[in-house]
Write a protein that binds this ligand. Structure first.
Ligand code: 5GP
Ligand code: MG
Ligand code: MG
Length: 202
């Protein structure tokens, strides 16, 4: 969809070529996803694990929906945070850095819903799930904002997926390009001039 039809801040004018998923559609989809999560695993006590930085918006929206009174949830949920880093420029680097913000031993014996932004090769999520298993979590599910429709050599569990997209590099709604665009309200594709502009920025 053309960017002119959407509320895009002036600072990003010209940096984007299209809006792929508008904020309103994300909100609607997250509401439905929360319903699906609640129907299949919501009766159990859950620890929600936010994978920073990319999933910060998705996580907040999902937690808000999951804790809605309409689900009449019998258990309070806990929230924890971890940071994974794997991308440089617009390519997956192959090495995954996992930085614990919460103490992972706190998740021992718990049912954990891992909330992540996007699965591309699956390497990041697979490493994280492995690490969680090592830390003694009881059971793990994954909730993903976006899954890229690409052939995967790494087998990774995708339990709850909000959107499937073709193999394009996207930004916005938490997703960055060199730390920019996380604050953008919609999920967008960058223009070539936008990529050039932010390529070498720290
Ligand atoms: P994977 O390890 O599955 O190849 O990559 C997952 C991580 O790479 C994501 O958590 C995200 O940080 C980053 N990533 C993958 N695809 C995209 C994309 O299209 N846009 C952005 N901004 N980040 C991506
Ligand atoms: Mg991520
Ligand atoms: Mg990134």
């Amino acid at each position: 969809m053309p960017t002119e039809a959407f509320d895009i801040p002036r600072s990003y004018t010209g940096d984007l070529s299209a809006v792929v998923i508008p904020e309103g559609m994300i909100k609607d989809r997250v509401r439905r996803l929360a319903h699906d999560i609640h129907s299949s695993i919501g009766s159990q006590p859950l620890a929600l694990l936010c994978v920073l930085k990319g999933s910060y918006k998705f996580f907040t929206a999902l937690v808000d929906e999951l804790t809605s009174a309409r689900f009449d949830c019998p258990h309070p949920m806990t929230v924890d945070f971890i940071r994974c880093r794997s991308y440089e420029d617009t390519q997956s680097t192959g090495s995954v850095e996992i930085i614990g913000l919460s103490n992972l031993t706190e998740l021992e014996g718990k049912n954990v819903l891992v909330v992540d932004d996007i699965v591309d090769t699956g390497r990041t999520l697979s490493r994280l799930l492995h690490k969680l298993k090592e830390s003694g979590v009881k059971k793990c599910w994954t909730a993903l904002l976006v899954s890229k429709r690409v052939p995967r050599t790494i087998d990774v569990t995708e339990d709850f997926v909000a959107f499937q997209i073709p193999d394009k590099f996207i930004v916005g709604y938490g997703l960055d390009y060199n730390q920019r665009f996380r604050d953008l309200r919609h999920i967008c594709v960058m223009s070539n001039s936008g990529i050039e502009k932010y390529k070498n920025l720290e």
